[in-house]
Ligand binder design. Sequence first.
Ligand SMILES: NC(=O)c1ccc[n+]([C@@H]2O[C@H](COP(=O)([O-])OP(=O)(O)OC[C@H]3O[C@@H](n4cnc5c(N)ncnc54)[C@H](OP(=O)(O)O)[C@@H]3O)[C@@H](O)[C@H]2O)c1
Length: 360
Amino acid sequence: MKQYNVGILGATGMVGQRFATLLAEHPWFNVKVLAASPRSAGKTYEEAVGSRWAMTVPMPEKLKGMIVRDLNAEMDSIVKDVDFVFCAVDMKKDEIKALEERYAKAECPVISNNSAHRFTPDVPMVVPEINPGHLDVIEAQKARLGTKRGFIAVKSNCSIQSYVPALHPLREKFGLTKVLACTYQAISGAGKTFETWPEMVDNLIPFIGGEEEKSEQEPLKVWRTVENGEIVKATAPAITTQCLRVPVSDGHTAAVFVSFEKKPTKEEILALWQNFKGEPQELELPSAPKQFIHYFEEDNRPQAKLDRGLEGGMAVSVGRLREDTQYDYKFVCLSHNTLRGAAGGGVLLAELLAAKGYFD
Ligand SMILES: NC(=O)c1ccc[n+]([C@@H]2O[C@H](COP(=O)([O-])OP(=O)(O)OC[C@H]3O[C@@H](n4cnc5c(N)ncnc54)[C@H](OP(=O)(O)O)[C@@H]3O)[C@@H](O)[C@H]2O)c1
């Protein structure tokens, strides 16, 4: 496979640190640029991150001494050094939109973890196992931006990565009419640790700004279909959510209730999960989990601490499937929010784009 030089915009943040650890030894991608705000620019990566390093593994040796660049002021030189960038920054939404478009217009593809462009109609929001076909809209986006190779592709919000993978094969085969999902979201989803957010120890906060709207709307974008170059909106299922912040370091859990157009048996659901494969598995992409959905028979699984790291944090764990009195079925899902739900999902999307020649 061809090698690509990549940059990480927001390299000093929580998701940026994940990108750094995932990419340091990546077989296809070579980290050439680490960039962040003017606060970090000019310092070594080690100095810029300092005590904010939040990963359980040490900072990669080969990145420690790299000088962090200013992602805004140094854009012109950054785009010359890389084939594409990963972007995970904490800025105002319209600033992020403008930043990502500037990079794309400078012919530098952007793989974004930010929400700013998730509802831009010609920006694909892709979970590689679920809707790789949405990459087709990139041609229309390039025409709008006036670019030859520059474009933006985004991954979805971390909360929906736990339950949409489990719902997807069921939706395709049996049709979904309504879904209720309560999410129990880790503090790393807010870019925090227990050291930086001590109020979360022994606590639960029943509100995460904007999260319920994203959790209800984003699945319907992921499930849109592309017909004749146009995205056709999905209208079903009806989705309602409640999103709570819980005292867990990593791993978003979702308690899901679902009703079908045609109610399947429990065995049919389990078989669909067991056999669910997508393009990442078929193409054997380096970050793809071999088994996307793992079902646990034990009543006390999945557990965030035990199961979030399954297959390098890229698999989704499901358990407690049973019939419900109000809906057809209920079950519990778990995914690692900064791996599958953020940086790992971004890397997998970039691998899919690379395998399909979008960076050439
Ligand atoms: N954490 C998650 O689980 C998760 C999951 C999915 C998506 N996301 C999204 O990913 C993005 C980053 O989240 P995070 O948790 O990694 O945030 P974070 O830890 O607060 O990191 C923010 C990054 O943005 C940079 N930054 C902040 N203001 C800037 C400015 N004015 N100009 C240039 N760079 C600036 C910071 O650089 P300095 O260090 O120099 O200040 C840092 O590198 C957000 O859009 C978030 O919604 C997060």
